[in-house]
Design a protein. Structure first.
Length: 113
């Protein structure tokens, strides 16, 4: 069993920054791919950013240049640094251990003045 616990969401004004964290615990080997997804009300869940444990990353076009995904050197945590936040970034953000098939419960990010 694997648990993913996210933290770091909240309310921020447009142009502000937030840092999301996700830590995996339980019984598992290495996690090759970990990523962040988000789901806004009435919309489908979408990929925000993905990272391999070797540091290969990819981003949704809408967040390129504003968001940065990093992995802990231990490989069991992933972070998302979000800068220049916009109202359209408002969503529940989910951590995903892709190769293990586990999801976190999500953390709410609201960008509003």
């Amino acid at each position: 069993q694997v648990q993913l616990v996210e933290s770091g969401g909240g309310l921020v004004q447009p142009g502000g920054s937030l840092r999301l964290s996700c830590v995996a615990s339980g019984s598992f080997g290495s996690i090759y791919r970990m990523g962040w997804y988000r789901q806004a009300p009435g919309k489908q869940r979408e990929l925000v950013a993905m990272s391999t444990n070797g540091g290969i990353t990819n981003y949704a076009d809408s967040v390129k240049g504003r968001f940065t995904i990093t992995r802990a050197y231990t490989g069991n945590a992933v972070y998302l640094e979000m800068n220049s936040l916009k109202p359209e970034d408002t969503a529940v953000y989910y951590c995903h251990a892709v190769d293990l098939g586990y999801w976190g419960r999500g953390t709410q990010v609201t960008v509003s003045s």
